[in-house]
Design a protein around this ligand. Structure first.
Ligand SMILES: [Zn+2]
Length: 194
């Protein structure tokens, strides 16, 4: 369980910003963990803004919705730089599905943190081939805190870190997860469809 280092310091005028990354496979609860942290910041009466790439239109246009339907209103943006324009004077910036942004999100997150904001980003750390999903590796390297959450392997019940694609399609991004993907452990991921 992630414990915030100190929520109180974000009330102070001389607050230091920080970067947090929540990573893992599909069905690992990344968005739930993001929402949990944002809700705690709201309880602490901090100003929270949430963004997600507009590519992700699987659910409601303006909500960060996790699969268990907890929702927080969010703003879809086309480009990473839009977040700089829209973040305003908020204390905490949440960014969901951060793997769908290009590498400019690294600069954007750094600028936000350097200006004193707490930036919490959730995203897939590996693609369906088990390869690092840019820009996540970069964000994980520069973040103060990285939390890897795990799914449960849908084949054997072990902890799962991989997103196994059930359909034949080579594009890196295929939305519509329930039908197209399974969370799998290393062994079951390597066994493939056999
Ligand atoms: Zn397994």
């Amino acid at each position: 369980m992630f414990i915030e280092p100190s929520l109180g310091k974000f009330h102070s005028k001389e607050r230091k910003g920080q970067l947090e990354v929540i990573c893992g496979s599909m069905f690992s609860g990344k968005t739930e963990e993001l929402i949990r942290r944002l809700n705690r910041a709201l309880i602490a009466k901090q100003k929270v803004e949430i963004f997600k790439p507009s590519i992700d239109k699987r659910y409601h246009e303006e909500d960060v919705v996790s699969h268990n339907e907890t929702a927080i209103r969010s703003t879809p943006v086309n480009f990473a730089e839009d977040i700089l324009l829209l973040a305003g004077d908020c204390d905490v910036v949440g960014i969901d599905e951060v793997q769908f942004f290009d590498n400019r999100i690294v600069h954007v997150a750094t600028v936000l943190a350097n200006s004193g904001k707490r930036v919490i980003m959730a995203g897939l750390d590996m693609d369906f081939e088990g390869k690092p999903f840019e820009p996540m590796p970069h964000l994980m390297a520069i973040a103060e805190y990285v939390t890897k959450v795990h799914a449960i392997c849908m084949k054997c019940g072990e902890l799962a870190a991989y997103s196994f694609r059930l359909i034949e399609q080579k594009d890196k991004v295929v939305l519509g997860e329930k039908e197209s993907y399974e969370a799998r452990c290393r062994k079951c991921f390597n066994e493939g469809n056999s």
